[in-house]
Write a protein that binds this ligand. Structure first.
Ligand SMILES: NC(=O)c1ccc[n+]([C@@H]2O[C@H](COP(=O)([O-])OP(=O)(O)OC[C@H]3O[C@@H](n4cnc5c(N)ncnc54)[C@H](O)[C@@H]3O)[C@@H](O)[C@H]2O)c1
Length: 386
């Protein structure tokens, strides 16, 4: 398959970090099995060209692959930039507020799309994308990789087996280092907020785990640290979302404390944990501390998560890019391969993938939370897209 990637930033190729990102290594890994034949990256700045070239050659050297990756600077519209080129699918990885515009153009060209979270900031945009996708018979999904984390699959199993009883409440604490809004995402941090950019992961996860539908939401936030350093956005957002189960009166309350002002010296990029309590049990997950701590003179203390996305060698010394971040992208590539070959229809994947239609749920919650933040914390109904 020929794969288009729109965006050349941190998540694609590790811009501004010591790492190589997630998307480019995943595509190189997939090229090993023959799923990917070549990659074209499109973004706005010409200086991304050398960055992509260097990242691809580092990835190829580490994995022993020979992925061909080229770079194109955006000239005029995306459709004009891509004129005369053919792609089997695309991965959209641009700032949150541009997901709609980019995905709409690609889907208009009949290209299957994987879009990084959040799908879009508004339900209206997300619904338009679903309409376009269904009209064109495309397979499109959101890269909600937490659905592929074994820890979360274990929670889903415990819920389904009834071990927790009736679900009552869930509390999430999720935060990232301050250098993300101050440096890495400075160009667009004031166009999003930490709930929309990060909290959305757990909104989708709660829907995936429980199948409950969101009913209403309220949110307040703290400000001042980032404002004082020129990035006009909330330091943290504190949201309560009430969900409705399948049975009448079956309500679950979830609370989110999400922030991005953690010290740059904290031991992991993401601090993330949640507790889920039901009438018959409780489950606690520390998703930052996976039990691995590395302390070095050079880097200090690091809490490493070997399960997300990393190049690791097997016992025989063969390196592979692996983890739930990889599996999420691999799943999309395999699905697109099946759809193109006629082995499966796109709509048959609707029930079991983080499709655009499934992602209307998290988009609706993001929209209600954003409305509540603007209204000083008033409750807002969630416009359930069911
Ligand atoms: N799933 C995850 O865990 C995860 C992690 C990080 C970021 N993200 C999401 O990925 C998206 C991008 O994040 P990032 O970390 O790569 O950000 P980044 O700021 O490092 O990169 C953004 C890239 O988009 C490009 N770009 C901007 N406007 C464009 C346009 N109109 N057309 C084409 N390219 C354009 C820029 O040139 C840049 O290369 C965001 O929506 C973010 O929320 C997801």
């Amino acid at each position: 398959m020929k794969v288009l990637v729109v965006g050349a930033g941190m998540y694609v190729a590790g811009r501004g970090t010591r790492g190589l990102g997630t998307i480019l290594p995943a595509l190189a890994q997939a090229s090993r099995a023959g799923e990917v034949r070549g990659v074209t990256v499109v973004a706005t700045q010409p200086e991304n060209g050398p960055l992509i070239e260097q990242a691809a050659s580092r990835v190829n050297a580490l994995l022993g692959t020979s992925l061909e990756a080229s770079y194109l600077s955006l000239r005029g519209t995306l459709a004009a930039t891509l004129a005369g080129l053919h792609f089997d699918c695309a991965i959209v990885c641009v700032p949150d507020h541009l997901h709609f515009e980019v995905a709409q153009q690609l889907m208009g060209l009949g290209i299957h799309c994987l879009i990084v979270k959040p799908l879009t900031p508004t339900l209206e945009e997300a619904r338009r994308l679903v309409g376009l996708q269904e009209a064109r018979g495309l397979h499109c999904a959101v890269e909600f990789h937490k659905r592929f984390d074994e820890q979360n699959l274990l929670v889903r199993k415990a819920i389904r087996e009834g071990r927790l009883g009736r679900l009552l409440y869930l509390v999430v604490a999720y935060s990232q280092r301050i250098d993300l809004p101050l440096q890495t995402f400075r160009a667009w941090a004031d166009r999003t907020n930490i709930f929309q950019y990060l909290g959305v992961h757990y909104v989708d996860l709660i829907y995936f785990l429980t199948g409950f539908r969101p009913a209403r939401a309220m949110a307040v936030g703290t400000r001042g640290v980032l404002d004082g350093r020129g990035v006009k956005t909330f330091d943290s957002v504190h949201a309560t979302v009430v969900w409705q189960g399948a049975q009448p009166g079956e309500e679950m309350i979830t609370q989110f404390a999400v922030g991005w002002v953690d010290p740059a010296s904290t031991s992991a990029l993401s601090d993330q944990r949640f507790v889920l309590v039901g009438s018959e049990g409780r489950m606690e997950l520390d998703q930052k501390d996976r039990g691995v701590t590395l302390v070095t003179q050079a880097e200090g203390i690091e809490s490493l998560n070997p399960y997300f996305s990393m190049i690791l060698e097997d016992a025989g010394g063969a390196p592979a890019f692996q983890g739930y971040g990889y599996r999420s992208i691999e799943r999309f590539l395999l699905d697109v391969g099946d759809v193109i070959a006629g082995r499966v229809e796109a709509k048959a994947l609707e029930a079991s993938r983080p499709t655009l239609r499934q992602s209307l749920v998290s988009t609706a919650v993001v929209e209600a939370v954003n409305q509540s933040l603007r209204a000083g914390g008033e409750w807002r109904p969630v416009d359930d897209p069911a």
